[in-house]
Design a protein around this ligand. Structure first.
Ligand SMILES: Nc1ncnc2c1ncn2[C@@H]1O[C@H](COP(=O)(O)OP(=O)(O)OP(=O)(O)O)[C@@H](O)[C@H]1O
Length: 205
């Protein structure tokens, strides 16, 4: 199994400058900040979807020396709103997900034959996570992965996700607002304030 760090060195995009951060294999670092502070743009920069200053490393591999599509298969961004292009759910999966994985997220094998048009926002979010993880990434960038889910479903998905991250040792940058979620999943928490990253709490009294 590969065990690589994800390392941001002097990354700058928009108002955000000089972001330096190392995420260890299997570690979850949460990122928070006010609406519009630049969380999604930072994830997009790390995924090489927007021009930015600085460098990102996955192990010994530099983003600047890797073709974008190759980088993005390894450093997998799961945006807040997933994109769907084919007619049915199953057409979006190169390899069919295992029954146990479908069930863990509240689905059955039958779900693969569903029309994308019928999916609820929360179903899209859960299936988007399943799809991303099935593509064998080596690092994850999660933009509010449980934002559209009710409390109970959100916690179930969160537990499933954290187990996968630890099992595969993916370094993970996870945008979260909920303090309780940050306390449950993160080993470190950074928040964006005045265009810079500052270290935040992971446990609140
Ligand atoms: N391509 C772009 N060019 C210039 N400005 C952009 C671009 N994309 C986003 N912005 C702006 O950059 C700022 C940060 O956007 P971003 O989507 O990263 O916010 P966010 O912290 O994720 O907010 P939210 O919590 O509301 O999703 C916003 O003011 C947004 O309008």
């Amino acid at each position: 199994m590969l065990s690589e760090c994800l390392r941001l060195v002097g990354v700058a995009i928009g108002e955000l400058v000089d972001v330096g951060l190392t995420i260890e294999p299997g570690e979850i670092v949460c990122l928070s900040g006010a609406s519009g502070s630049g969380k999604s743009r930072l994830l997009r920069a790390v995924a090489d979807l927007e021009p930015h200053a600085g460098e990102v490393w996955l192990g010994g591999q530099a983003q600047s020396r890797t073709p974008g599509h190759v980088w993005r298969r390894r450093v997998m961004l799961v945006p807040a709103e997933s994109h769907w292009w084919a007619e049915t759910v199953g057409q979006h999966f190169a390899d069919e997900p295992a029954n146990a994985e479908l069930q863990a997220l509240g689905f059955t094998r039958d779900t693969l034959s569903w029309q994308v048009a019928r999916l609820s926002t929360g179903e899209k979010q859960r299936l988007g996570l399943l799809r991303a993880i099935g593509r064998e990434p080596r690092a994850l960038l999660l933009d509010e992965p449980t934002a559209n889910l009710d409390g109970e479903t959100g916690e179930r998905v969160e537990a499933w996700l954290t187990a996968r991250i630890r099992e595969h040792r993916w370094p993970t940058l996870w945008v979260a607002h909920d303090r309780r979620q940050i306390a449950r999943v993160a080993s470190r928490h950074w928040r964006i304030a005045s265009g810079r990253l500052e270290e935040g709490e992971v446990a609140w009294a």
